[in-house]
Design a protein around this ligand. Sequence first.
Ligand code: ADP
Length: 190
Amino acid sequence: MINIVLFGKPGAGKGTQAEFLKEKYTLTHLSTGDIFRFNIKNETELGLLAKTFMDKGDLVPDSVTIQMLQSEVEKNPESKGFLFDGFPRTIAQAEALDVFLESKNDKITATVALEADDEILVKRLLERGKTSGRPDDQDEEKIRNRYQEYNEKTAPLMDYYRSQGKFYAVNGIGTIEEITERLSTIIDKF
Ligand SMILES: Nc1ncnc2c1ncn2[C@@H]1O[C@H](COP(=O)(O)OP(=O)(O)O)[C@@H](O)[C@H]1O
């Protein structure tokens, strides 16, 4: 089983790359952002709760997110491996994921990060906001708040995975194909 964490700031292209990688490596793609948005659309209890945080550009609380992620993994017992996109985003989430996978005799294979400058990414998100309908992409203040959340809570994960010898970074600027190629070079090692 290969379990990949796709890592990067908001707008770095995780979702776009996940679409290609999940096909290429037959992985189950789990995007916590997409799952939350699906729940918001369907007005579930989880969706209503998540919305209050997402609309401000804040992270959804760990307890809620971890539980949701675990139940999504459990829904896919036949999976050949997972592509985690947007999870983990905090040390508590990463630790919970390690414990959870270990309980299944499994583990994270590698964490691959897409790197790009903040200014380029903010522009990308505002552009995406024009068509995505996502409220968190339409307001520069909310976008800046997401970067602050990233810097405070998510960036420390790089050291977390580095200390496990599982952190790899690629340049996230280039064509979609070029970037898929860069990510594949890493994943192919496993
Ligand atoms: N692992 C997570 N922990 C907490 N909140 C999350 C998590 N994943 C997604 N969210 C919530 O969903 C929002 C959108 O996430 P996502 O779709 O991954 O987009 P982006 O990477 O562009 O910010 C986040 O700003 C956050 O509020």
